[in-house]
Ligand binder design. Structure first.
Ligand code: ADP
Ligand code: ZN
Ligand code: ZN
Length: 725
């Protein structure tokens, strides 16, 4: 008779904890329980039950409360999470905590069923609209609600920033929130466009194999209509009464994307991402668990959505680095998509114009089936990419004559241009012209970026800030010169060069507020001329039909990075940014300005496109025994103490000893040896067979945790790291 519950508790300890089960029915695995822990209580998840424990019975405490009658996490999801905890060597309790929305990690009853909607209150129905100021958003919202209740989802689409207005109306007691049943919330679907031959072939092939696991690599040039392929497949999956999960990169989940899915499938499409308010996230999560939401569109963490009837997973822009979590539980959502699809026996579609080398290698090895969309959808043609040699030309604020000529011509035709520079701020360096001093972050030993509008120097590595000095702290000189261009400086320069032209800057600074990115992208109408300037936030998202020129600046820095993935990333970024040009009827051109026009990365990309670049990079990786031809785990350690990390990692390396088929590199200082005041070192493990590394890691983790030096550093293991810094 099992009376002991094995519970995963959200603490950074690897083991499960045993508690006495309450009398009566045993809570099933996946149910939440409130348990005494240390001096307080924690919400844990039941993972299993047992007849006895390693601890004597009188040491065991009973659970304080069972929070769910039915498991919150289904069998498949719980199994995937347990698998992930083992694979990434992360405590199960902490893994489960990452998977659950914050709202459900607390010992509170689950929120309302159905869809939340706004409606006029009794008082609101008695109130005339004229009592509200004409022309305001508040009045607009009130008038809409006078026609009947609207779901939050519908409001998101209809009225920008309606929540602020709702707060105002709620304070006056004029409106209230109600829950609407699912059946009332459906809308008229927008029909699909007829698919072109390649799209149709892709949909047909996958649709013929919906009942089994298969990974598909959907390789489609930018603008080829990959999304239509996902939509077409989802339609078939829904027709079988099943659910679909679509993952998009962090910057890919715009209201425009959501609208496209909702237009097709109505309001049973739910978004799941970190930008949602807590309660909304819990609600979407529960709607998925109950099967009310049949399409979940989300970012990285949506891979943990509970979907009892899941029939398809699509991962858009599968190469995107945002699928990998960079701290805590360092999982890769794309890789977990494969794990879930396999355990459910369903297809997973990985889509990209620039697939990761991992996926290309998997396709080449026959593990993934390839689907190709070689042409742009509709009448759009591929953009022409050209290298502009910046050597010996006169640059005006970083812009060469050829680029300026093209820019003028574009604007003269009434079209739009995009200037891409992957550096926010005004200038990457502030230099003293008299003595050569430059403003460095003391905590990182790297130059601080000048943000001129804010009047601050900002460290982009640790976010440290300080006022811009008026005098050089070394020599007292006053000639402090900004070196190089960030987006803020480009915006200023373009404003001087083209005073009549609207200029829209898009970077993390200008898009901080919720909805700001959308508003900025809408600033220029489809028939208006103007210039966008910005960082990689511009690489994906909106369709801008009047955008015909893309100018790419500052790639030279990326050509000299020591990270082994730098070339792959740069190639992907160039192709993605270039893909913004000429997405509608008007043809697009792309100019890439560089001081290294003969660099093999650029010439290969130009002559053979991303395919050719990927081929040559794969050959390099194979020769150097790097991923995808080797499997890595990176052990990082950092401390205020300058030698503790190195000492700890040396002890780790000794404890690991010689493992069969696993090579050790290090300990070495990290590529960024100092960050936020911490000295950083690392130890890299590499194996040509993944299983060898996986077999060795659990035992090592055990040994490392017990090392006396472990307490003097902050350390973590990163399995399949994407960044080695
Ligand atoms: P991708 O995701 O491959 O970059 P999208 O799916 O966003 O491409 O499609 C690019 C553009 O082409 C969109 O404006 C889309 O509406 C349009 N499009 C896609 N497929 C078709 C089609 N079969 N017929 C007409 N237009 C299409
Ligand atoms: Zn000086
Ligand atoms: Zn810093």
């Amino acid at each position: 008779m099992p009376e002991i519950l094995r519970v995963a508790v959200p603490v950074p300890l690897p083991q499960l904890f045993d508690y006495l089960a309450p009398r009566g029915a045993l809570p099933q695995p996946g149910c939440r329980v409130l348990v005494p822990f240390g001096p307080g209580r924690q919400v844990g998840i039941v993972v299993g039950s047992a007849g006895d424990s390693e601890l004597p019975r009188n040491k065991l405490k009973p659970v304080s409360a069972v929070l769910d009658a039915q498991p919150l996490l289904g069998t498949e999801l719980l199994a995937t999470l347990m698998w992930a905890a083992r694979y990434y060597q992360h405590p199960l309790g902490a893994v489960l905590e990452t998977a659950l929305p914050v709202g459900l990690r607390q010992a509170k009853p689950l929120p309302l069923d159905g869809y939340r909607a706004l409606t006029l209150s009794a008082e609101g129905r008695e109130t005339a609209a004229d009592t509200l100021r004409r022309g305001t958003r508040i009045r607009e919202l009130f008038e809409r609600l006078a026609d009947g209740p609207l779901t939050y989802a519908a409001l998101d689409l209809a009225i920008p920033r309606w929540r602020d207005s709702a707060t105002a109306l709620r304070q006056r007691g004029l409106i209230e929130t109600i829950a609407i049943a699912v059946s009332q919330a459906v809308s008229e679907p927008v029909p699909a466009p007829p698919l072109n031959a390649a799209q149709d072939a892709a949909v047909t092939r996958v649709a013929a194999a919906l009942d089994r696991f298969q990974a598909w690599l959907l390789e489609g040039v930018t603008g080829s209509g990959k999304t239509e392929v996902y939509l077409g497949l989802i339609e078939r999956v829904l027709a079988q009464g099943r659910q679909a999960l679509v993952l998009v990169p962090e910057i890919g989940l715009t209201p425009q994307t959501l609208r496209r899915f909702r237009d097709r499938f109505g309001h049973r499409v739910h978004a799941l991402h970190s930008g949602l308010a807590e309660a909304e996230r819990s609600r979407a999560w529960l709607a998925a668990a109950r099967g009310e939401a049949n399409v979940i569109l989300g970012t990285r963490s949506a891979i943990f959505a509970p979907l009892p009837k899941l029939g398809l997973i699509a991962v858009d822009e599968e190469h995107d680095a945002s699928y990998k979590q960079q701290d805590g539980f360092r999982y890769c959502a794309r890789d977990l998509a494969l794990v879930r699809a396999r355990s459910l026996g369903i297809p997973v579609v990985l889509g990209s114009a620039t697939p990761s080398l991992e996926s290309l290698a998997n396709a080449a090895a026959g593990r993934y089936e390839r689907l190709e969309l070689p042409l742009r959808a509709g009448s759009a043609r591929p953009p022409q990419l050209r290298i502009v040699d910046a050597r010996r030309t006169r640059l005006s604020h970083g812009l060469g004559p050829e680029l300026l000529t093209a820019l003028r011509a574009t604007l003269a035709r009434g079209e739009q241009a995009l200037i891409f520079r992957n550096r926010r701020g005004y200038a990457p360096v502030l230099l003293c012209h008299d003595c050569g001093w430059h403003a460095d972050c003391e905590r990182c030993a790297k130059p601080m970026t000048l943000h001129r509008q804010r009047g601050r120097l900002v460290c982009h590595h640790c976010e440290a800030e300080r006022r811009v000095p008026v005098q050089c702290p070394e020599c007292g000189g006053t000639q402090l010169m900004p070196q190089g261009q960030g987006t803020e400086r480009l915006e200023e320069a373009l404003g001087e060069l083209f005073p009549q032209t609207p200029i829209v800057r898009i970077d993390r600074e200008t898009t901080r507020r919720r909805g700001a990115l959308e508003a900025l992208l809408d600033r220029l109408g489809p028939h208006q001329s103007g210039i966008y300037v910005g960082t990689q936030m511009l690489a994906k998202g909106h369709d801008l039909p009047n955008l015909t020129l893309v100018a790419i600046l500052g790639v030279d820095e990326g050509l000299h990075s020591i990270d082994f993935r730098a070339s792959e990333r740069l190639g992907q970024l160039i192709i993605q940014v270039a893909g913004r040009a000429g997405r509608a009827e008007k043809p697009g051109s792309v100019l890439l300005q560089t001081h290294h026009p003969d660099h093999p990365l650029l010439t290969t990309l130009l002559r053979g496109g991303y395919r050719a670049l990927a081929q040559s990079l794969l050959a390099e990786r194979r020769a150097a025994e790097l991923p995808p031809y080797a499997h890595l785990a990176l052990l990082r350690a950092e401390a205020k103490d300058a030698i503790a990390p190195q000492e700890f990692l040396t002890a780790c390396a000794e404890a690991a000893g010689n493992a069969d088929g696993v090579a050790l590199l290090g300990p070495l200082p990290a590529p960024m040896p100092l960050r936020a005041g911490m000295t950083r070192s690392q130890l890299l493990f590499s194996a040509t067979e993944r299983a060898r590394l996986q077999a060795a890691l659990p035992g090592w983790m055990e040994l490392w945790r017990q090392l006396p030096t472990a307490r003097r550093v902050r350390w973590s293991l990163d399995v399949d790291p994407v960044d080695l810094y």
